[in-house]
Design a protein around this ligand. Structure first.
Ligand code: S3P
Length: 427
């Protein structure tokens, strides 16, 4: 599918974005192993979360879909899952594969996790290694580092583990396995990766402490929960960026999750001089939520490194687009993780933004953008990466003429309805 975007005159309106992807996955997975009935409202009906839904059902969990976004999960308790009859297909979802591997490590049965070509290239040694240390058998291609993964779970013991990278997926896989372990599981993380798993486990009654960077979990039963999923800040980021960039814009995005482990992009924009205000701050299902009000502003370059990187790990392609319009250099360091996302996001954003006329240079662990530059619409490629496709669509709003994004169908991996909301805001 090709998406065609033309230069916009100004964005205005109040919108809501679909439910948070990370929280939607966790609500299904934790609901599946909790005791009793978990109700999920605001579920994200995107391809990635639907992959988790299909896997959970293949493990014998009954899930009733009352509407696109409202689900009832009949939890089977920690030990009630059934050996799947066929291979579990995680499609393109790294979160599905890594978190589910943690749960499967605790099951006394055989399971195989696979995915599409893109997912089968993504590193799984980072979860296989700690899960093996806990006592599970985890096999895969390339010496156990690449999917498909075969898991023979069973008696696990708790471990003390220092994460080599600040990854919420790896942290969550170990925590979910830790629910089945015979001693405490202790994790030290090198940076603040999103803590949605910790929050949801605590809300479901798990014995968990999670002060910054040092998490301790004891094997616990989970109780069911009513979960309302907030709007996904990583989806809101595209409209926040667009409203900053297109002169004359004023946009309100309602009900956005603003968990501090996810708001690094707002902090970076604030340092760039953006006009962003959070209104109506509240807590929903243990997660902070706000309405985000954005007006266009003159921007300057920013440096992003260290602890801010995990707090905005999915927002670097859109940061690069914003940086093309900021005065001076924007420098990103310590972000080599971007190379193992749905695409090599450092190489891909450099290649595509250059086609539009941006001054961007790749570094081993980030990039440098020199701004401001005027962009010229042309044909660009999504690299099969939803975050790249949406970032390029926002670039199209500020580029002269017409921008065509080839391979835009991948937007459905995380954001069904992106085009409709963009059209409503940009007129
Ligand atoms: C996610 C964690 C992040 C993020 C991904 C979703 C999660 O990945 O990029 O889109 O739901 O835990 P890493 O944990 O690998 O950084």
């Amino acid at each position: 599918m090709r998406m065609i975007v033309r230069k916009a005159k100004g964005l205005s309106g109040r919108v809501k974005v679909p439910g948070d992807k990370s929280i939607s996955h966790r609500a299904l997975l934790l609901g599946a192993i909790a005791e009793g009935t978990t109700r999920i409202r605001g579920f994200l009906p995107a391809a990635d979360c639907l992959a988790t839904l299909a896997c959970v059902r293949a493990l014998g969990v009954e899930v009733e879909r009352l509407s696109e976004t409202e689900l009832i999960v009949q939890g089977r308790g920690l030990r009630g899952l059934r050996e799947p009859e066929a291979v579990l297909d995680c499609v393109g979802s790294g979160t599905t594969m890594r978190l589910l591997a943690g749960i499967l490590a605790g099951q006394p049965f055989y399971s195989v996790l696979t995915g599409n070509e893109q997912l089968r290239r993504r590193p799984m040694g980072r979860i296989a290694e700690p899960l093996r240390r806990m006592g599970a058998i985890v096999l895969g291609r390339d010496d156990g580092r690449l999917p498909p993964l075969t898991i023979l779970g069973g008696d696990l013991h708790g471990i003390q583990y220092s994460l080599p990278v600040a990854s919420a997926q790896v942290k969550s896989a170990i925590l979910l396995a830790g629910l089945y372990a015979d001693g405490p599981t202790v994790i030290h993380e090198p940076g603040p990766a999103r803590d949605h798993t910790e929050r949801m486990l605590a809300a479901m009654g798990a014995n968990i402490q999670y002060p910054i960077s040092n998490i301790k979990l004891h094997s616990s039963k989970l109780s069911s929960l009513d979960i309302v999923v907030p709007g996904d800040i990583s989806s809101a980021a595209y409209f926040i960026a667009a409203a900053c960039l297109v002169p004359g814009s004023g946009v309100v995005i309602e009900g956005v999750g603003v968990n501090p482990t996810r708001t690094g992009f707002l902090d970076a924009l604030g340092e760039m001089g953006a006009d962003i205000v959070m209104e109506n701050q509240r807590e929903v299902s243990g997660e902070p939520v706000a309405d985000v009000v954005v007006r266009a502003a003159e921007l300057r370059g920013v440096e992003v490194r260290g602890d801010r990187v995990p707090r905005m790990i999915d927002e670097f392609p859109i940061l690069a687009v914003v940086a093309t319009q900021a005065q001076g250099d924007t420098v990103v360091r310590d972000a080599a993780e971007l190379r193992v996302k749905e695409s090599d996001r450092i190489a891909a954003i450099e290649a595509e933004l250059r086609k539009l006329g941006a001054c961007i240079e790749e570094r081993a662990d980030g990039f440098v953008v020199e701004g401001p530059t005027s962009l010229r619409g042309t044909v660009v490629d999504s690299h099969g990466d939803h975050r790249l496709a949406m970032s390029l669509a926002i670039a199209g709003l500020i580029a002269e003429g017409e921008t065509t994004i080839v391979g835009a169908e991948c937007i459905a991996d995380s954001f069904p309805g992106f085009e409709e909301i963009l059209t409503a805001l940009a007129g």
